[in-house]
Design a protein around this ligand. Structure first.
Ligand code: PLP
Length: 415
């Protein structure tokens, strides 16, 4: 890992491009370039993080060589539920991984640790409780939702009938609208969770509405899972029937997904992952997920997650002091949505100009978006990765001032 100034401090060969170069100078070269980009840039992508070297080592381990289609089930049935021999150790690993994740969220929900990604977790989560053509009530992509929450270009919008709830004039999820649409459309599933929403989500209210209309309630906590684990965002456990997450965002683990379900949905969820959606599980990634879960249980992690939020609030405060507009006027979590709808330049232009200045962030739609998804009227900024690298509130304030000076230059150019 490198620190906030980009100094290498590696104990594991994170910089393994030199080894790879012996076999493939081309691929090793690409990795070296990306390593240096990550080291030298200020990384503010809200969905990214730097996992630990232990997680990275687990993901690069011999477990990558092992096939283990099926599930361990050794403890529950006394027999392995795998379709391959030689699974004794990966069985233990996978059961252990499930155990630690339950501890992280202090839950007796069943967990499936096999989904290769957040999108695949959502694919299998829907299959667990829905039939094609069923109705999902979800947050619109423009208002912060995710592609897999019903966008017409995703499987979710093609397999299911999706109705969207909106945010209010201030950018907060409009709970009146959720209830109104739930009563009107009688969805089989009410879904919440977001990719670009900076406020606390009221899971209790969602659960009440789902109960009122007899719908399943699902939370995709991919972005905020680390905050939930550390107790700095309310937990959906006990309220939602199905909970999905990625492990690589605020959780700071390997790239991958998890599905949690109420115990009575366990069998359906497992078969919705394997054999319905996936073949062999990535046991090396499952090892990385287990290490990530152990890290998430530590006191250090709790301190980290709180810092992520404090840093984000400080950065939001600086942007507001500098006169910028933020969707919802601030943040409760790890991200900020800078609203550029009054500017003559788009989110794409600001993203590209930040790239030139070694600041990595991404363009993002804002509520009532007037520009196309390729242009957008916003940028999304997250504090999780640079907090991992040691940035403090003052550092984030300084980055806000750097972004402000880039915006001031753009205003001059686009007069
Ligand atoms: C809320 C949410 N769900 C699901 C996903 C999908 O995760 P993946 O990219 O691993 O498929 C994302 C990714 O950004 C997300 O923000």
């Amino acid at each position: 890992m490198f620190d906030m100034k980009g100094n290498d401090n590696n104990t594991y060969n994170v910089d393994n491009f030199n080894f790879i170069k012996k076999t493939s100078p081309i691929v090793g070269g690409f990795i070296e370039d990306e390593y240096n980009r990550q080291k030298n840039n200020i990384e503010l992508i809200a969905s990214e993080n730097y996992c630990s070297e232990a997680v990275l080592a687990a993901c690069g381990s011999c477990l990558s060589w092992k096939y283990a289609e099926g599930y361990p089930y050794v403890r529950t049935t006394g027999n392995t539920g795998r379709y391959y021999g030689g699974t004794e150790f990966v069985d233990k690993l996978e059961e252990y991984c499930c155990d630690v994740w339950k501890k992280v969220f202090n839950t007796d929900y069943h967990v499936n640790v096999q989904p290769h990604s957040g999108s695949q977790a959502n694919f299998s989560a829907y299959k667990t409780i829905l039939n094609p053509g069923d109705t999902i009530l979800a947050l619109n992509l423009d208002n912060g939702g995710h592609l897999t929450h019903g966008s017409s270009v995703s499987f979710s919008g093609k397999l299911y009938n999706v109705v969207f709830y909106d945010v209010d004039d201030k950018g907060y999820i409009d709970m009146e609208d959720v209830r109104k649409k739930a009563l009107e459309y009688k969805p089989q599933l009410i879904l919440t969770g977001a990719s670009a929403y900076s406020r606390i989500i009221d899971f209790t209210k969602f659960a009440e509405i789902a109960k009122e209309v007899g719908a399943y309630f699902m939370v995709d906590m991919a972005h905020i899972a680390g905050l939930v684990a550390a107790g700095v965002h309310p937990s959906p456990f006990g309220l939602a029937d199905v909970i999905t997450t990625t492990t690589h965002k605020t959780l700071r683990g390997p790239r991958g997904g998890l599905i949690f379900v109420r115990p009575e949905l366990a069998k359906k969820a497992d078969s919705a992952v394997f054999p319905y959606a996936q073949g062999g599980p990535l046991e090396h990634i499952i090892a990385g997920k287990a290490v990530c879960a152990e890290e998430a249980l530590s006191e250090d992690y709790k301190v980290y997650a709180k810092k992520v939020v404090d840093n984000c609030k400080a950065m939001a405060d600086e942007f507001i002091k500098l006169g910028h507009k933020l969707v919802t006027g601030g943040t409760d979590n790890h991200l900020i949505l800078l609203d550029l709808s009054d500017e003559k330049f788009s989110g794409r232009v600001l993203q590209e100009r930040c790239d030139e200045n070694q600041i990595t962030l991404n363009k993002n739609c804002v509520p009532n978006e007037k520009r196309t998804p390729k242009e957008t009227s916003g940028v999304r900024i997250g504090t999780a990765p640079m907090t991992t690298r040691g940035y403090q509130e003052d550092d984030f304030r300084e980055v806000a001032r750097k972004i402000d000076s880039i915006i001031l230059k753009l205003r001059e150019e686009y007069k």
